[in-house]
Ligand binder design. Structure first.
Ligand code: XMP
Length: 524
């Protein structure tokens, strides 16, 4: 299904993606200014861009050199649509070259912070900003001859940092205004969006909510819908939103896979049915999942079996609901987010599968539903904002992400009841202590992992040979990269002591100090 068009206000900023790691950040920074921003592959046809009626275009950075044989390119006509354009890094080089300038490999790459001096008397892009500022560079090529009509507006000691042709309303910077290390990056983007493009700040929570509700109503009409809740924020917000639009014609299904955290099934049911008033069919299917996992220790095989079993359980439930409700269910609601749908394949090529993510996204392939994905234009922080506006409690909105296969990927190797009990208890202790220390909201995730290793210890006066728990706590902005959290030693000490004392099977606790990359956040 295409995204409900009502949610894409005209007059936003289209970001054409040349494959940079920070393209998503550009769109987020624009949206933080309450202006809608959409990422499209650089190869998007002109008519499609024009149909969105944007106020301006941004050309992102990218890993290529404009001289590579397969260098990504936009339709050059994007520069003559009459819309203001801001090129960033590769976007600058592509613009300069396309308009007749010259780009060459630099003698040395410029990477990291640099001092920029603004050399033009007045540039709308830098209006109101200091003449010297710290910027963040990451480039190998540089412009050595400007296209006709262009002037340089900023330099670093080693290269051009900003150029523009105000008559054509084409601006370009060699640095990355979207990253936080660029001191006035936010202001530069604000100048572009408001002063140069004349955009209006109409991407607000309230307008978003009413437009989303109207779009869902229009799409679903008088039909029935079903939603698979995971216990996490995204599916809870999607379900609440659709419930607001179509009431009890939405039924939610929440499956207890036996792989959830301590009390998670009961608490989530209570929250969604009690406090949020949603209609939820709870399914206790722990035995089915554990049965399928018996004797399996390969991580990908575990993920595959859990995914398949989930589809089977959900399909059974959907059939039952159709039978008892006496009406067919036509729509499936999913909490898919914008980062999952951005098409940048044309630039980067399909990326290697590191691990198969299981979430309810696998469902439609085997079931005849049409999809409703009300969050597919939103970033995670925007989903939280919408949830807040809908009245979802803070504890749900700030909940750490939890993988679809649940604790099965946090019990390394074969999953058994005994090991699940141990990891569940350790995880509950860890979460309690992290919350008590006021750290929960500061961390992207914090959880316990049960290692497939026993170790010798001494408990009382006797030898023990117990299980090992690893604590994983990370900070991150989007889970693409993550750093291990520098938790205070006293708190780690308290967590370790409590886990060993209160979880009978465990005799050793270790702290994971790997960042992503090269590690991943989860262990399997
Ligand atoms: P990794 O381990 O790949 O995880 O660094 C990145 C983020 O994704 C979460 N994760 C999953 N989420 N289904 C999900 O919905 C999955 O199968 C899955 N596996 C990992 C993980 O918790 C982290 O936030």
């Amino acid at each position: 299904m295409a995204s409900p068009t009502g949610m894409r206000p005209r007059g936003g900023i289209v970001v054409l993606d040349f494959g940079s790691q920070t393209t998503q950040l550009i769109a987020r920074r624009i949206r933080e200014q309450q202006v809608f921003s959409l990422i499209l592959p650089c190869s998007t046809p002109l008519e499609q861009i024009r149909a969105l009626e944007p106020a301006g275009l941004i050309l992102s950075g990218g890993p290529s050199s404009v001289y590579d044989s397969d260098a990504p390119s936009c339709d050059p006509a994007v520069l003559s649509l009459g819309l203001p354009v801001l090129g960033i890094c590769y976007g600058l080089q592509w613009t300069a070259r396309t308009l007749g300038g010259e780009v060459r490999p630099a003698e040395s790459r410029e990477f990291g912070p640099a001092e920029m001096e603004i050399t033009a008397d007045s540039s709308a892009l830098f209006a109101g900003l200091p003449a010297r500022q710290t910027i963040w560079m990451s480039h190998g090529d540089r412009v050595i001859r400007l296209p006709d009509g262009f002037r340089a507006t900023g330099r670093t000691p080693s290269s051009l940092a900003a150029i523009e042709d105000p008559a054509r309303r084409v601006y370009a910077v060699q640095f990355h205004p979207e990253v936080r290390h660029t001191e006035y990056g936010r202001d530069i983007l604000r100048n572009f969006v408001f002063e140069i493009c004349g955009a209006r700040p109409n991407w607000t929570r309230a307008s978003l909510l009413s437009e989303m509700t109207a779009a869902i109503r229009q799409e679903v009409g008088g039909e029935m819908a079903i939603c698979a809740l995971s216990g996490g924020v995204d599916s809870a917000v999607a379900a609440t939103l659709v419930h607001r639009a179509i009431g009890d014609r939405l039924t939610n299904v929440f499956v207890d896979t036996g792989l959830l955290r301590q009390n998670e099934y009961e608490e989530t049911m209570e929250l969604l049915t009690g406090r949020m008033g949603l209609k939820v069919a709870g399914v206790r299917a722990g035995d089915r999942f554990l049965g399928r996992l018996a004797g399996v220790s390969d991580p990908e095989e575990k993920r595959r079996r859990i995914g398949n079993e989930f589809v089977a359980v959900f399909a059974d439930e959907a059939r039952e609901l159709e039978r008892t409700g006496g009406r067919p269910i036509r729509f499936l609601v999913q909490g898919t987010l914008y980062p999952d749908v951005i098409e940048s394949v044309s630039v980067r090529g399909p990326s290697a599968v590191i691990k198969t993510h299981h979430n309810v996204g696998g469902l439609p392939a085997v079931m005849p539903f049409e999809l409703v994905e009300p969050l597919r234009d939103l970033f995670k922080d925007e989903v939280r904002e919408v949830g807040r506006e809908l009245g979802l409690p803070e504890e749900m909105l700030t909940k750490h992400p939890f993988p679809g296969p649940g604790l099965a990927v946090r019990v390394l190797g074969e999953v058994t009841e005994e090991k699940l009990r141990a990891v569940r208890q350790a995880d509950a202790i860890l979460t309690e202590e992290i919350r008590r220390a006021g750290l929960y909201e500061k961390l992207w995730q914090a959880f316990a992992v049960l290692l497939p290793a026993r170790s010798v210890g001494v408990m009382g006066d006797a030898r023990s040979y117990g299980l090992t728990i690893a604590i994983r706590a990370v900070t991150s902005e989007d889970a693409m990269t993550a750093d291990w959290a520098r938790l205070p030693a006293e708190i780690l000490g308290r967590i370790s002591a409590r886990i060993v004392n209160e979880t009978r099977e465990v005799s050793r606790v270790v702290y994971d100090i790997s960042s992503k990359p090269p590690a991943t956040i989860e262990w399997e």
